[in-house]
Ligand binder design. Sequence first.
Ligand SMILES: Cc1cc2nc3c(=O)[nH]c(=O)nc-3n(C[C@H](O)[C@H](O)[C@H](O)COP(=O)(O)OP(=O)(O)OC[C@H]3O[C@@H](n4cnc5c(N)ncnc54)[C@H](O)[C@@H]3O)c2cc1C
Length: 354
Amino acid sequence: MLRKAGWNVAVVERSEVVGGHVRNSWMRGLPYEPNGAHIFHTDDEDVWRLVSSLVNFEPYLHKVRTRVGGQELSWPIQLDELAGLAEWRSIQRELAVLPEHRDDTNFETWCISLMGETLYHLFIEGYTEKQWGRRPSDLSCQFAPKRVDLRTDGYLPLFRDPYQGWPREGYGALVEALLADTPVILCEEVTQSNLAQLVKPDVPVVLTCALDDFFDHSEGQLEWRGVHLVPHYLPDEKLAQSAMVVNEPSANIDYTRTVETKWVFPELHSESGTVIAFEYPGAPAKHYPVLDAENRNQTLQQRYGARAEAFLRNPLVPAGRLANYTYINMDEAMRQGMNAASRVEKHVGRLVGA
Ligand SMILES: Cc1cc2nc3c(=O)[nH]c(=O)nc-3n(C[C@H](O)[C@H](O)[C@H](O)COP(=O)(O)OP(=O)(O)OC[C@H]3O[C@@H](n4cnc5c(N)ncnc54)[C@H](O)[C@@H]3O)c2cc1C
């Protein structure tokens, strides 16, 4: 947006490629996602207009399955699929006495007040403990409404947004198209210490890095949880599983889910050869901010946010999931980028080049 408005803009990227967390890879012509399954879904008209003007999207409605009690069921939980479970009577008893309001003490209490103890133990507890490496009662319920649902309307796709798809040439192509006319400096980390070498004083900087990294961890380190995907090529299989993502909530199995991105492309389904990737939690990567029940990380992030506001040398505008320490989808990250561009334009006048 800033570039289109005629301003001088440069992107500084720590990695040797652009694309960040969403960039996917290819194996024998098949897509797979080293940082987890990504489906583009949005109700933001501006964001959809922008991305679909840059690349072609394969229309795709994302469905997820989950292995529970020796069966494969839908995720989110569908009430009308539960009668075959051995625990159905307890489930019914608990659903009949659910509280009117969610208990927002922590993630565990929130889920139990939505679905009762039995469904919580079957579908949520083991998955959450593996995913976060801590008790669900130690996590904030803040992110629960976005991730947990008990559906009674029989609607199977995970998302309800009007625009959904997967970029046909992959997410790398989408990010490259976004940056087509913008100079990119690769392999350069931005911190408060080296900012002076990268950009003149008073030039506004949109920060998409973690603020604790930017401020050299001087207030302490923010906690993150990362995932690690291990892809396997199966030459003889056309499709290896019943949906693009199959959750594995059992505490006895160390991966959390399996991902088969080939599901996005129906024209490939009849061809032999597929890639299935096993997602393991606990990788040393900044994928998920850890919103703890005590608000320790959230409070630390606020301290860094206040420092960013007060940073004197350059106006700093945080945008994206790392800088704002928040779990957001791609469309929301793009919306934050757009808002950051408007803020830069509104408050600071013409950019003077990086
Ligand atoms: C497992 C998983 C699955 C997901 N699935 C979906 C999905 O289905 N749909 C969806 O919409 N969203 C999904 N998301 C969310 C999506 O990944 C994020 O919304 C998106 O990555 C946010 O983009 P970003 O630019 O804010 O951050 P990033 O993608 O992390 O980009 C930040 C960039 O900044 C660079 N950088 C970091 N620090 C510095 C520094 N100090 N100096 C210079 N460069 C730096 C990084 O190298 C990176 O390129 C998922 C997330 C996870 C963890």
